[in-house]
Design a protein around this ligand. Sequence first.
Ligand code: ACO
Length: 191
Amino acid sequence: MEFPFDINQIFSERVSILDQTLVAGRRSAERPDLQGHIATVIDELGRASAKAQQLTAPITSASKLQSQRHQLYLLKDGESSGGRGVVVGFLKVGYKKLFLLDRGGVHIEAEPLCVLDFYITENLQRHGYGLELFDFMLQHKNLEPMLMAYDRPSPKFLSFLAKHYSLTQSVPQVNNFVVFEGFFFFNRSGL
Ligand code: ACO
């Protein structure tokens, strides 16, 4: 995804972690004009993700990120577009209090880290970028994918989780979240 401004000037790292502050490193904290560009990038990514998932409205936008305690991992390719860089995709995660059913149908209250939105630009899908971003987040959070919950995962994302992390056995829920075998072994915080 290309923009009419220099992506490398805004995002210095290959993966940037954004939160409520919409700041991507020291440079953007000092430059309010760069924050406007960051908001443009997030809004554009959110719209593209919603379109790819056939959602009626984006679940990711700069204003939503500012008002929610979520984290957005943004991956760029700094070499492309004549050295200005392109945005490859993003992964949004956040903690949510959930009421879930374990394998025996017992209600469990847990507050796991959830994958809320995930998108790699169309022309770059199936090139390993999703895996790179997801692995970065797992290392940053020091977490196993089995311990996370997934908000309305798309068929592509379910295939991704099966392929890369062998997550195939989900435990049926009555909400939109998907959790896999093993989740309840470590997430038994309360009954
Ligand atoms: N059809 C089926 N499976 C796919 C597809 C596709 N078009 N694209 C990726 N996958 C899965 C497959 O398992 C694939 O392995 P394979 O090529 O051997 O079949 C694997 O992902 C490839 O792994 P990566 O290259 O690392 O994944 P990618 O960079 O494509 O990122 C992602 C995966 C984020 C799901 C991407 O395909 C995408 O943006 N899809 C559209 C938006 C979407 O569905 N996002 C998930 C929303 S649900 C949520 O966020 C909770």
